[in-house]
Write a new protein. Sequence first.
Length: 108
Amino acid sequence: MKLNFTAIHFDADQKLVEYIERKASKLNQFFDRIIDGHVFLKLENTGQIKDKIVELKLLIPGDTLIATESSKTFEAAADAAVDNMKRQLNKHKEKVQDKSQARKSSTS
């Protein structure tokens, strides 16, 4: 899976990009038909503690999944977004399997 990065309101350093790529690459274990991915890194100056936002958008056959998380650090937000995406991918995979099993049982 290839990830595209967009940093909004700042320039992301290479260590951060590599960290997120390493974390997100594990998502292929949960769903192997991911077409494309895009990561948006946003820095909000709202005066709040959780001002680092990571939005992970994955394009899969027939759908687009989005996970958005905010935290004190981009690493923590990325971890939370990847965990959120794991749950979404597992749910999507179960839905696809249920549909295929329903088709098999209706044709039998």
